[in-house]
Design a binder for this molecule. Sequence first.
Ligand SMILES: Cc1ncc(COP(=O)(O)O)c(C=O)c1O
Length: 357
Amino acid sequence: MLTERLRPNIRALTPYSPGAARGGIRLDASENPFPWPEGLAAEIAAGLEPNRYPDGAATALREALAARFGLRREEIIAGNGSDELITLVLQTFGGPGRALLIQPPAFGVYAIAAAVTDTPLLEAPLAAEGQALDLDKMLALCRENPIAVIIVCNPNNPTGALFPREEIERLLRESGALVVVDEAYGEFAGAEASMLPFIHEYQNLLIMKTFSKAFGMAALRLGYICGPAEAVAMLDRARQTFNVNSFTQKAGLAVLRRAAAYEEQVAVLRAETERLYLGLKALPGLKVWPTRANFVLFRPRDAAGWCEALGARGFTVRLLERLPGLGSCLRVSAGTPEETGSFLRAAASIAQGEGGS
Ligand SMILES: Cc1ncc(COP(=O)(O)O)c(C=O)c1O
């Protein structure tokens, strides 16, 4: 009875599963592993008025972001994590007859947001084992289909690849679509890799960013999109009135005031990611992908077995089964230097055990 009432697009979708939080050392969600500064949460909570609605426009936060990037407040919209903004983009610009183009293997939420908003989904799988966009295929799909939105994740989750700016510019010029560049991991690739400086050159460019990764706020849910004021105003029409709560808005401001400290953490995490990459590459039997994000994708002979073996040693990593074109892989994010060191020791002991069996 209920099944008949369920909308067909919701029936058809495979729900996104972020993976179980199994405790121990968590290297599965590409978060910032460093705890918050002592007293910061209390400082933010002080003076909060939980009985009052938040500022729905997140004015102070957007002004602070605008100052950071040399933009205007009208060129920024905040969301309850970038997850919310992915859906908002499709609520605003997608829907029946207005397809979304993605490049698998890609972040799972894109396909869910397409399903939820009844947006047809088209795929142009990555080339070169997940390292390159297949631009010819993408542009051919754009010529043949009514593609309204392209999302390019840069650096890409889960492969870690950074796609050249010239290729994204070609999409901006030739696709006829709105191009959303998801820079969730952009801080780890460095400011020179960001498309932010191009916002005023292209009317069809949106850049999506998050406080969940470099800025250590995954629990508080804060993402934002930068783009032409006209497109931002369109997104704002479909936005839920009070989508970002007061604590999170204040937390975003507090974190931006401490941006220099977070930039130091990013430098440490970049070094730890490199250490993870080199350490895994030195082990026998693993295919390891180069990365510009704060995680490393690798493929052992038995990914599920490795996930179990790491779990037994106290490490949670992300098992990504049957990734299109890549097979079953594991994604491990950079932890603190101590965590990375103990992870690499555990990985070495598993690889050695495999070699002996
Ligand atoms: C590529 C990508 N985009 C967006 C998100 C969502 O981030 P948020 O925590 O801001 O919703 C993630 C989270 O893992 C991600 O990997």
